[in-house]
Design a protein around this ligand. Structure first.
Ligand SMILES: Nc1ncnc2c1ncn2[C@@H]1O[C@H](COP(=O)(O)OP(=O)(O)OP(=O)(O)O)[C@@H](O)[C@H]1O
Ligand SMILES: [Mg+2]
Length: 417
């Protein structure tokens, strides 16, 4: 079971949300609901699951319901309909006491507008969650200082929030959330006020931290590049509805509707998509030392190239020409398949296509993808790569598998695929 389960959550803001819900269910749009009842639709029938230990990104235009969604998780907002389970517990069923403990220990939040206490110093703000947990002063100050250093604010610990820039205040909020050691971090546009350099440093830190501490992070952003960079999954909201949830490459390759397609249109796909997305099993996988057998196998498959594997290790590419020569040649008896295999360039599964493509264009066979232990995982052809680098003309309808348009790159026809 997922760590956070959102089940059919609908939120309508206003004094009589229940009857507004009935009107909405009868078919009113968000605009009509507002015009006719004065109620605002915040979320509409949203269901999603967030796994333990992932970075889950929520995206969407301003007013699409991002903050409303994550504020349900720690019950800053109660749904009009539906329910939210965290660790299997229905947050709506929690007593006040449980809820306080839950907010102190399980989930901490970095607020969109910082939410710092103006009359407390940076050090006191960061240590606040620890203070209400009853940690003694010297201990919590030491801990708060550690996080102040992590976010790059050492030296500012005795300043007050108003003495800091927006980006610095945002980092105080982040340090405060991290200091609580909560298992789940809710980050509402936590990096939006940071300048690009600090922002990308903070992204790196967040990814590192997540890997090291195994935290679950729910991260709201307006910035698609940021979402694609840090997200394990991305949810895209539009007018309170969920347009799509998926892995970054799924969102890029198979946008569920025009809204999502519009979002991803200008993305540098070569930078975001990685080799594993287009990797295929090699056609001719050659094992054993025998050259004649290898050649027969390649002829059977109609292939000019074979990938030589010894045990678990990738040894190189054997071309049909080279094998024919070797089999016919004088040294045939003393040579093995391993001797004629040529070690050329190899790729790693997480290489961006941007880096993989130049190497692939220099060889006339699909490039082998090899893992850290030297095992052959698959191969990628320039044809496969170029097919995913061109954005689809129109959005695919939901449910259809990623249909990769096969636009040929120049001169590509002659390449094996
Ligand atoms: N307390 C509230 N009372 C009334 N309406 C609200 C309230 N909070 C949010 N809304 C409405 O709910 C919708 C979603 O708002 P929300 O703050 O979740 O958007 P958002 O995606 O976080 O936007 P932004 O990117 O601007 O922060 C909006 O139409 C907003 O007007
Ligand atoms: Mg918001």
């Amino acid at each position: 079971m997922a760590l956070i389960e959102v089940e059919n959550v609908t939120k309508i803001f206003g004094p009589d949300a229940k009857s507004a819900l009935t009107r909405y269910r009868a078919g009113l749009s968000k605009e009509e609901l507002l015009a006719e009842t004065g109620h605002t639709l915040g979320l509409a029938d949203v269901s999603l699951s967030i796994e333990k230990g992932e970075i889950f990104v929520v995206m969407g235009l301003s007013g699409s319901g991002k903050s409303t969604l994550i504020r349900h998780f720690n019950r800053l907002i109660d749904p009009t309909d539906g329910r939210i389970l965290v660790n299997g517990t229905d947050v709506l069923q929690m007593s006040i006491r449980d809820l306080e403990k839950f907010r102190r220990t399980t989930m901490s939040m970095v607020f969109q507008r910082f939410g710092l206490m103006p009359h407390r110093t940076v050090l006191e703000n960061v240590g606040y969650g620890l203070a209400i947990r009853g940690m003694k002063r010297s201990e919590r100050e030491a801990k708060a200082m550690e996080w102040i250093e992590v976010v790059g604010l050492a030296g500012y610990e005795n300043q007050y929030p108003t003495q800091l820039s927006g980006g610095m205040q945002q980092r105080v909020g982040l340090a405060r959330a991290l200091a609580t050691d909560a298992e789940i971090l809710l980050m509402d546009e936590a990096f939006s006020a940071l300048d690009p350099l600090i922002r990308s440093q903070m992204q790196d830190q967040l990814i590192e931290l997540q890997a090291k501490l195994g935290k679950t992070i729910v991260f709201i952003t307006h910035d698609l590049d940021e979402a694609l960079r840090i997200g394990d999954h991305i949810a895209i909201l539009k007018d309170g509805r969920l347009s799509q949830v998926g892995r970054p490459h799924e969102i890029l390759l198979n946008p569920a509707d025009d809204y999502v397609a519009e979002f991803v249109r200008d993305v540098n796909r070569a930078r975001v998509l990685t080799v594993d997305v287009v990797m295929q099993p090699p056609r001719a996988r050659l094992t054993g030392e025998n050259m004649q057998r290898a050649l027969d196998e390649m002829r059977r498959l109609g292939e000019r190239y074979g990938y030589v594997v010894e045990g678990d290790r990738y040894r190189g590419v054997a071309t049909a020409e080279r094998l024919e020569e070797a089999v016919a040649g004088a040294g045939a008896n003393s040579q093995t398949l391993y001797d004629v295999a040529e070690t050329g360039p190899t790729l790693a599964a997480d290489d961006a296509l941007e880096t993989a493509l130049p190497a692939a264009l220099e060889t006339d066979y699909p490039l082998p993808v090899v893992d850290g232990d030297g095992q052959l995982m698959g191969v990628v052809s320039t044809r496969e790569m170029s097919s995913v680098l061109t954005p689809p003309k129109a959005a695919n309808t939901p449910g259809t598998p990623a249909a990769a348009p096969a636009h040929a790159v120049e001169g590509e026809e002659k390449l094996a695929s």
